[in-house]
Design a protein around this ligand. Structure first.
Ligand code: FE
Ligand code: FE
Length: 269
């Protein structure tokens, strides 16, 4: 309870979150996203699932006002809530790993916004790059700071996209969702079902899944994605005073599931 009180009262937490979003809006341009894809989607750095999980104990997510809870606890809590509802094993695994793209900070840097100190290229709600920023973004007053909003190619409702092109044709602000999605997509022997991959890829896309924006860019089959995301999102939200877990104690339950869907070897990031 003490933990909840302290977080609730701390005004500096709010300032940090706001500053994070200001930098994110200022720096996440279409050109920046292309550069990050080239730089980070190399699939040449081996790192096991459990080591990636441990690494998140060293990362404090600046976009998350609940600074006291290590990120790995959030992953376990999501997974355990999915398990308690008797949902499929692959969905439990998705809960456990959905934020592992934040392991990017292990090889990130301040200039890219992918480090402990600068996280605007790694965490926080994402939006589409290459078209106009909607008012459904958090802190919409920062939208005009984005250089692309002065660029005729990118500052219209459709921007560089065609109407009805569908979600998968859009490029989103660079962050942990897209990173983990691409890493797993390129992982040999990945057997996570499509719904799980969608949950990983779009869980931070709030202006779409909660804000209802970008309707002209969507296609009919995207409605299926929205159902999956809304189903998953309930488990991604957590309360601050819930139980904390020991990762090692839960390994016997999750390791066989991880091996079933991802195999035994390391993942190449
Ligand atoms: Fe996330
Ligand atoms: Fe999460």
């Amino acid at each position: 309870m003490e933990k909840t009180f302290r977080n609730y009262e701390a005004p500096d937490v709010k300032t940090a979150v706001r500053e994070h979003y200001r930098k994110m809006r200022r720096n996440q341009t279409y050109e920046y996203v292309q550069r990050m894809h080239k730089k980070y989607l190399t699939y040449d750095k081996p790192l096991g699932l459990w080591d990636a999980m441990e690494s998140l104990n060293r990362l404090i997510d600046v976009s998350d006002p609940d600074l006291d809870l290590p990120n790995v606890q959030h992953l376990i809590q999501s997974a355990e809530a999915i398990r308690a509802d008797n949902r499929p094993d692959w969905m439990q695994l998705v809960g456990l790993i959905h934020d592992l793209g934040k392991a990017m900070f292990l090889w990130g840097c301040d200039a890219d916004g992918t480090s402990q100190a600068e996280q605007w290229g790694m965490v926080g709600d994402v939006f589409v790059v290459g078209c106009a920023l909607p008012d459904s973004c958090v802190y919409p007053e920062f939208n005009t700071l984005n250089p692309d909003m002065q660029d005729k190619r990118y500052n219209t409702e459709l921007g560089r996209y065609e109407a009805g092109c569908g979600l998968d044709a859009l490029e989103l602000a660079w962050g942990h969702d897209e990173y983990l999605y691409q890493v797993l997509k390129h992982h040999k022997g990945n057997k996570i079902p499509e719904a799980g991959m969608v949950m990983i890829r779009y869980h931070s896309f709030y202006p779409w899944h909660s804000g209802g924006s970008y309707s002209r860019l969507l296609k009919d089959s995207d409605a299926r994605y929205l159902e999956w995301i809304r189903d998953f999102n309930r488990y991604d939200l957590y309360t601050k005073c819930t139980q904390t877990y020991e990762l090692e104690a839960l390994r016997s339950h999750y390791e066989p599931i991880a091996e079933k869907y991802l195999g035994k070897g390391p993942i190449y990031w």
